[in-house]
Design a protein around this ligand. Structure first.
Ligand SMILES: [Zn+2]
Length: 236
């Protein structure tokens, strides 16, 4: 499957690209900056403990360090907060980013984004302006954000490249984006899932569970992860 990759912008810490016209991909040089930028937006949607609630960065940090210790995860060998390196790839739909801003960027209730979260918001606003100027985007359901620790693209990037040419981490996050943005692909995945026997589904659910940290009671999430890991999708 060919991808159209266009360089969007860069800073000292990041390289930014637009993929297929509606996916903003930000490659971070350093996991420390990545986690400062993305942790609260991501965990507002994904963490069982914080989902749908307002929380501070320090509250999450304290919780996560405890979680890592209690679960004996090998992710984190020290007491340092290395969330960005532990998970290294993050994906959020435009809709999820908007929901995050509604709750966390709310001055009337004494809540504001950190400087790093504010940077992400301005970058996304610029991305939307760029893409809307190209006439491709109508609302928050039409775009997607991917962030990774390190750059998963080959050095020459202003080009059409194949999925096989991008790093596995980015390929995984891109499948999440296609699953969300491309209704045809979404339908194919559901059809594949529905064709499976109960035993096969249990087996896949177990495989997703073994990856760690996913809420496997949420079937939609299991299907989304299963296709992103390549268990039930039709393309590489
Ligand atoms: Zn995933």
């Amino acid at each position: 499957m060919p991808l159209n990759v266009v360089k969007f912008d860069e800073t000292f810490e990041t390289q930014m690209y637009i993929i297929n016209g509606n996916i903003l991909y930000i490659a971070f040089q350093d996991y420390g900056y990545l986690q400062d930028v993305i942790t609260r937006a991501s965990e507002y949607h994904e963490n069982k403990h914080f989902m749908g609630k307002y929380f501070t960065y320090n509250e999450f940090k304290a919780h996560y360090l405890g979680f890592v210790k209690t679960n004996g995860l090998s992710l984190n060998a020290s007491d340092n907060f290395t969330f960005g390196r532990d998970w290294s790839g993050f994906n959020l739909s435009g809709r999820k980013m908007e929901m995050f801003w509604q709750t966390f960027d709310d001055i009337d209730n004494g809540r504001e984004l950190s400087q790093d979260e504010q940077w992400l918001k301005s970058t996304i606003v610029k991305f939307i302006d760029t893409v809307v100027a190209g006439g491709k985007m109508r609302n928050s359901n039409d775009w997607y954000l991917i962030c990774t620790d390190g750059n998963c693209l080959p050095e020459t990037c202003d080009a059409e490249i194949e999925m096989e040419a991008v790093g596995g981490l980015l390929a995984h996050e891109l499948r999440h984006a296609f699953y969300y943005l491309d209704q045809n692909y979404n339908n194919v995945v559901y059809e594949n899932w529905n064709k499976l026997s109960d035993t096969e589904r249990d087996c896949i659910t177990q495989a997703v569970d073994n990856m760690g940290g996913y809420n496997i009671n949420n079937t939609d999430l299991v299907i989304d992860e299963a296709q992103a890991y390549g268990y039930i999708n039709n393309f590489s």
